[in-house]
Design a protein around this ligand. Structure first.
Ligand SMILES: [Zn+2]
Length: 86
């Protein structure tokens, strides 16, 4: 998972806060919520009833970075031998 934006909106005071660096601790205007961690990790807290997550994360698995893999042809695989003794 890659963090593209670490942000949240406070539903109490309406302010939108965004943490841009690992140690960029941001608190909303009324102090109800906060975000921290920037693009290194998602850390947030405060009064969760006023917390609306607006973060953007990329859930693409690391191995699927290249979209070309979507059109990858399956390699022909040898069928398993069916003569396993039972
Ligand atoms: Zn607030």
């Amino acid at each position: 998972m890659k963090i593209l934006r670490n942000s949240a909106k406070c539903l109490k005071c309406g302010s939108h806060i965004c943490s841009r660096h690992r140690h960029d601790f941001q608190r909303c205007n009324c102090g109800a919520i906060f975000v921290d961690g920037g693009l290194a990790y998602l850390r947030s807290g405060g009064d969760l009833q006023y917390y609306e997550d607006t973060s953007i994360v990329d859930d693409t698995p690391p191995s699927g970075v290249h979209s070309e893999q979507n059109g990858e042809r399956r390699q022909h695989v040898q069928p398993e031998r069916a003569d396993d003794g039972d």
